[in-house]
Design a protein around this ligand. Structure first.
Ligand code: FE
Ligand code: FE
Length: 261
């Protein structure tokens, strides 16, 4: 799938976007501090909340609507299948089709009681200056990290070119799902999962001063993947039952058992 120039009518965060979207980003940008991120990592990344298989997790997402998304009002299960089906229709490798299906499964954090502002929306580095290319940058004004001298410096707590994997990103579904699946999927799939919401980096070229030697390439792959994530959003629900046999085989090939969440 080719990325259209501009964003093809998607990801419009201006006047025409539903007001719930800016409201979500107001909470997100004012409350995602470095301390908050470290606290959430300590709480969630030991993965001791639940043991469940992929289908059980998918079923829980069925009714969740992402409040940060200006383009989709359907439950997340439809978005998962729409993304995967677009990859499959192009004959992309099976691991990539599976990545399309799974990429947002970390939104299950909402069902563990996390508010949407700490689960969905674009991600960005914390502990260093916020880049104006992040969506709704004016809403960072209320973030308490803005008054910590070390965190407002260009590099903040990071060494120049420290590399993507050394950055603490705002907490959300990407980082969480990466940890759930890190033992089970190829490295490239894990990159797509871990960084797909980092639009400022993969779509707008921000934070280049923190990237390591291979990171531009990795983000380019994330950017290509984002075409399937974005441009397949449609108001028509997917016939989940009809597609299920194919995807049951696919899931069984990579993730046959229970996972730690
Ligand atoms: Fe996502
Ligand atoms: Fe998505």
């Amino acid at each position: 799938m080719e990325l259209p120039s501009g964003l093809g009518g998607f990801r419009n965060y201006g006047e025409s976007a539903p007001s719930r979207v800016r409201a979500l980003y107001r909470e997100n940008h004012s409350r995602q501090t470095l301390a908050f991120v470290l606290d959430r990592k300590a709480q969630y990344l030991s993965l001791r909340r639940a043991r469940m298989g992929v289908w059980e997790a998918m079923a829980q997402l069925e009714s969740l609507v992402d409040e940060s998304d200006p383009d989709l009002d359907l439950g997340q299960i439809h978005h998962a299948f729409q993304t995967a089906e677009a990859l499959r229709a192009e004959g992309q490798p099976r691991w990539l089709v599976l990545t399309g299906l799974l990429h947002d499964l970390g939104k299950i954090l909402c069902l563990f009681g996390e508010p949407q502002w700490a689960v969905v929306g674009d991600t960005f580095p914390v502990g260093c200056a916020f880049d104006p290319k992040v969506v709704h940058p004016d809403l960072f004004d209320e973030n308490p990290d803005g008054s910590v001298a070390e965190y407002v410096a260009e590099h903040g707590i990071y060494a120049p070119h420290c590399g993507l994997d050394a950055i603490h990103f705002s907490w959300g579904h990407d980082e969480y799902l990466y940890h759930v699946l890190r033992e089970h999927l190829p490295e490239e799939a894990l990159d797509l999962i871990r960084y797909h919401s980092f639009y400022a980096g993969h779509a707008a070229g921000a934070y280049a001063h923190l990237l390591g030697p291979r990171d531009a390439e990795r983000l380019e792959r994330v950017r290509r993947f984002s075409a399937y994530d974005l441009y397949t959003k449609s108001a028509s629900p997917v016939d989940v039952e009809a597609l299920r046999p194919y995807y049951e085989d696919l899931v069984a090939a990579y993730l046959p058992g229970q996972l730690s969440w």
